[in-house]
Design a protein around this ligand. Structure first.
Ligand code: FEO
Length: 399
């Protein structure tokens, strides 16, 4: 049975959620699934905005059929060709062969790579600022390359003030009936996953996101329809202000994250001592993660949120302990900037991680190393405890 939601008198949500998926993009753990959003506009012409992932094909195709209610599908707007949204394009075209695909030229080339050239016969390639008059509504197309792939565009329904924003403003997490963000508690239910989604999936492309935000600022937006997660129809600043910070690599909070890799507990002890000294000096809301337990996507997300980052790791195979190496590589790959950082190393005979960890971040812009690394020789003793106290002072001094 179909499960469509009416968003306006003319716009329908026809997407679906997958709660069984364990890893999004085979990389990012999901605790409550993900939604693959698709929209159907019935205003003069019938227009489909993106398809969905293969995993929800049954529900999506049933929703599309119910939404059309025997009507013709005139256009398929393809904002993004990643298969979580484009996988069902060939099946939709098979069912509705007269529907005209509308996409950027790069997306049309990608459709051909995924499905063969026959699928794009009669497709309409659109450029920045071009419009499509549907009779009832006018759609304007806005290119958004690298938010998250190069072919991405968003579209703006000039008549209704609705921005179809592709991956932008999306989140991990299945939809649970409440289709609008104002029907849920954004900060409690979705903020952390919205941040984890943005920072890990799109975070590397901050300037591209900033360019899209600039274009969006010129629009009179009444509703934002992303490709994942709830639809926004009010309080846009709650998401747009955060996007502006994330895209500029500015910390969202003045806060300390301590990320720790400890084999037998002594490096963890050093991290705990630092956290205790920080707390005694008045630092609030310190967060600490064991990177061997917490997924790197959480650490990346928290690194985008916090202003001060401390990495504590043992030396391993004359390098950095493997799980910390993964985390630092991930942070570097996402191009984080503008952070104050510090390091704690441990080594029982030849400590190296204090030298190597900063090297993994040295290509990032505006990363300020607060002080020399604290060295722990096997276990914390008086000298290293004093060094941790001095590090706490140095961190507080920069906050
Ligand atoms: Fe949700 Fe980049 O695809």
């Amino acid at each position: 049975m179909h499960c469509i939601r009416k968003l306006t008198d003319e716009l329908y949500y026809i997407g679906a959620s997958d709660r069984k998926l364990a890893l999004f993009e085979a990389a990012y753990p999901l605790s409550n699934g993900v939604s693959y959003n698709s929209y159907l506009l019935k205003a003069g012409k019938n227009v489909l905005f993106d398809t969905a992932d293969k995993s929800v094909s049954g529900q999506f195709l049933e929703n599309l059929e119910a939404g059309l209610d025997g009507g013709k599908l005139d256009y398929i707007i393809v904002h993004h060709m990643e298969p979580d949204h484009g996988a069902l394009l060939a099946e939709v075209k098979r069912r509705y062969p007269d529907a005209v695909i509308v996409a950027s030229a790069k997306a049309i080339a990608m459709i051909e790579r995924f499905f063969g050239a026959a699928l794009t016969e009669g497709a309409l390639a659109v450029k920045e600022g071009e419009t499509l008059d549907l009779g009832g509504h006018v759609l304007k197309f806005i290119m958004a390359p690298m938010v998250h792939w190069p072919e991405v565009m968003v579209s703006y329904d000039e008549t209704a003030g609705i921005l179809f924003s592709a991956d932008a403003f999306g989140t991990f997490g299945a939809l649970s009936g409440n289709i609008f963000m104002d029907e849920t508690d954004f900060e409690r239910r979705y903020l952390d996953e919205t941040r984890r989604y943005y920072t890990n999936i799109v975070g590397k492309y901050g300037p591209s996101t900033a360019a899209l935000l600039k274009k969006a600022a010129a629009l009179d937006i009444k509703m934002i329809c992303p490709l994942h997660g709830p639809v926004w129809r009010q309080d846009f600043d709650r998401i747009i202000d955060r996007y502006a910070k994330w895209a500029a690599y500015e910390p969202e909070d003045k806060a300390v994250m301590i990320a720790c890799a400890s084999v037998y507990g002594d490096t963890q002890n050093a991290a705990d001592i630092l956290a205790a000294r920080l707390a005694e000096k008045g630092v609030k809301d310190i967060v600490m993660y064991d990177v061997s337990v917490t997924h790197p996507s959480v650490i990346v997300s928290e690194a985008f949120r916090c202003s001060h980052l401390v990495f504590a790791a043992t030396t391993y195979n004359a390098g950095v302990f493997v799980t910390m190496e993964t985390v630092l590589h991930d942070i570097a790959a996402h191009g984080l900037q503008n952070r104050d950082v510090a390091f704690i190393e441990n080594g029982s005979w030849a400590p190296m991680s204090g030298k190597l960890m900063p090297q993994m971040l040295e290509k990032l812009k505006n990363i300020r190393v607060i002080s020399d690394p604290v060295t722990v020789a096997s276990a914390v003793k008086e000298d290293s405890a004093e060094a941790l106290e001095a590090l706490a002072d140095a961190i507080v001094g920069t906050m």
